[in-house]
Design a protein around this ligand. Structure first.
Ligand code: MN
Length: 251
């Protein structure tokens, strides 16, 4: 059987001179390939119609991290610290998310991907944790992208709890926004000690798991949790179902 094909969403930037360029962190590509999945990068200018057509032809979807979702998408006024909107990316990815559910394509959503998924299904976001939840943890951390900086409690009975095989883990944290109101078709699967939602998942048979941290940056970490997330995604997409590698011994 050929390797499953995964639609990997991406951003784009227009330089001061020249044409817009599509880009996505290579860590997503490497993480997908490490579990036997072939990434197919989806340009944000694709648009809803072709996005739907594309989702029908792939085996799974990875909604990647990136810029803030336009608050107009969840009927909120723009916070001064919310980043400039990327209307093409929002439109393309919302279509991808809705099509993935409709077609039953397994979906892994990471950071912005989690926020986008929540907005696509009717939820809202906290636009800036530092000013709107100042009593909480610092979530937009300056540490290395693979540094585990805060704890996360995983809810019992969730898909994520089964996948990770632990209830308390630590994660990296590279976000200044978070979920506020959870979309009706999603449920909270994990939260940080300050109550911020760190994972959601679908409540029905559609396999959709969304995390606020960056498992793709933790594939070489001694702890197996994040490799387990990608391995589970590969399993439901028809890829290799081999368990995560035994973690290397700590020095
Ligand atoms: Mn966090």
């Amino acid at each position: 059987m050929s390797s499953p094909l995964i639609a990997l969403t991406a951003s784009s930037r227009t330089p001061a001179r020249g044409e817009a360029k599509v880009g996505v962190n290579d860590a997503y590509v490497r993480a997908l390939q490490s579990v036997g999945l072939i990434p197919l990068i989806i340009p944000p200018s694709l648009g809803p119609d072709d996005a739907r057509a594309l989702v029908a032809r792939v085996d799974g979807v990875l909604l990647s991290g990136g810029e803030d979702v336009d608050p107009a998408r969840y009927a909120a006024a723009r916070h001064p610290l919310t980043q400039a909107a990327h209307p093409g990316r929002d439109a393309t990815e919302i279509a991808v998310a809705l099509a993935a559910r409709e077609a039953g394509r397994p979906t892994l959503a990471i950071c912005r991907g989690l926020q986008l998924l929540n907005v696509a299904f009717g939820g809202t976001l906290v636009q800036d944790l530092g000013t709107e939840r100042p009593e909480g943890l610092v979530h937009p951390r300056d540490d290395a992208r693979d540094e585990r900086v805060h704890a996360v409690s995983i809810a019992a009975g969730t898909r994520l709890a089964t996948i990770v095989g632990a209830r308390e883990i630590t994660v990296n944290s590279l976000h200044h926004q978070a979920i506020d109101r959870v979309a009706p078709s999603l449920r909270v699967a994990a939260h940080a000690p300050d109550g911020i939602v760190e994972a959601v998942e679908s409540t029905d048979d559609w396999w959709a798991v969304a995390v606020q941290w960056h498992p793709e940056e933790l594939m070489h970490d001694p702890e197996p949790w994040d490799r387990a997330i990608f391995a589970a995604f590969a399993g439901v997409c028809g890829g290799r179902q081999s368990p995560p590698r035994t973690p290397p011994l700590r020095a």
